[in-house]
Design a protein around this ligand. Structure first.
Ligand SMILES: [Zn+2]
Length: 253
C-alpha cells in the first residue's frame, strides 16, 4: 500500500491509525470512507482548541443523559462559551459534530449520537447510540474500555449482539456468528450521519445482506466486511480521537 491518507491529529497521534488495519478489504473500505470526507479539505487548519472541544463533545455524549451544551463544554475545556460556540460551528462545518438544524443543539459527535439509531452501545453501565456499525465497533478502542453492542439486521430486524475484549480492541463474542457488515459508499449534504452512516449497517447473514443490497442498493458500490474487518476500520478512525498527545488514551471521567 502506498500514499495512505493520513493526518497528524495532535502531536504524535496519526489519524487514521492505519496500524489497526491488516485486512485488504478493510484498507479499501477505509480509503473509500476517507475519500468521501475529503481529508485535506475537511481537516485543513484543525487546531488544538477545536480538538479539545471535539473531545469534550464526545465525552459529554458518553457521560451525560443528554447531549452536552455549550456551557458544559466550556467548563470541561476551560474555554469561554462564545469561543466554544464558534468552535462548534467550525466542527459542524467539518462534519465532526452534528447539530440540530433549528436549535443548533449538538445531536452527535462521531461516533456517538443522541439519535435513536439501531446501534446501542453499552459502555461503563450507560447505553449510548453509535452513528453506524463501524462507529459502534470503534467506541471501545476510543474509550480504552470494553463495550457491548446491541444492534439489528437491517434486512430482517433480527437481533445482533457483539461484545469486545482486550479493552475494546478485539471481539469477544458475535451473535449470530454469521453477522456481516456492509460499508457502502454514499455521502450527501456534507453530513455523514444522514448519508454514509445509513449505509453501514449490520446483517445477520451474507444472504440477508445480499437480499437488502438487491432491493435497496442494487448497483451501488461498497464492501462486505466481517465484524473483525469492520472493527479494524472503527479502531483506525476512533482510537486516535481521545488519545492524548504523547500517547496516553483518554478515559471516562
Ligand atoms: Zn437478517
Amino acid at each position: 500500500m502506498s500514499a495512505l491518507p493520513s493526518f497528524e491529529l495532535r502531536a504524535g497521534v496519526a489519524f487514521p491509525d492505519w496500524t489497526a488495519v491488516t485486512s485488504p478489504a478493510s484498507a479499501d473500505a477505509l480509503a473509500a470512507i476517507l475519500s468521501a470526507f475529503d481529508l485535506a479539505k475537511n481537516w485543513s487548519g484543525y487546531d488544538d482548541e477545536e480538538d479539545c472541544v471535539r473531545q469534550a463533545a464526545i465525552e459529554g455524549l458518553a457521560e451525560l443523559d443528554s447531549a452536552p451544551n455549550t456551557a458544559w463544554i466550556a467548563v470541561r475545556t476551560g474555554l469561554d462559551e462564545d469561543r466554544v460556540s464558534a468552535l462548534l460551528g467550525r466542527l459542524a462545518t467539518r462534519d465532526l459534530v452534528v447539530r440540530d438544524g433549528g436549535s443548533s443543539a449538538i445531536v452527535g459527535a462521531y461516533p456517538l449520537t443522541t439519535m435513536s439509531t439501531e446501534h446501542r452501545v453499552g459502555l461503563d453501565g450507560k447505553v449510548t447510540h453509535a452513528m453506524c456499525a463501524v462507529d459502534a465497533l470503534g467506541i471501545g478502542a476510543m474509550f480504552d474500555a470494553d463495550v457491548v453492542i446491541k444492534s439489528s439486521c437491517r434486512a430482517c430486524g433480527g437481533s445482533i449482539r457483539i461484545a469486545t475484549k482486550d479493552r475494546g480492541v478485539a471481539l469477544d463474542c458475535v451473535e449470530p456468528g454469521t453477522t456481516v457488515v456492509w460499508s457502502g459508499n454514499q455521502y450527501d449534504g456534507a453530513c455523514a450521519a444522514t448519508s454514509l452512516c445509513t449505509v453501514i449497517p449490520f446483517f445477520c447473514s451474507e444472504a440477508h445482506l445480499e437480499d437488502w443490497w438487491r432491493t435497496n442498493r442494487s448497483g451501488s458500490e461498497g464492501y462486505r466486511l466481517t465484524p473483525d474487518e469492520a472493527m479494524q476500520i472503527g479502531r483506525a478512525l476512533f482510537a486516535p480521537v481521545l488519545t492524548r498527545a504523547g500517547g496516553a488514551v483518554g478515559r471516562l471521567a
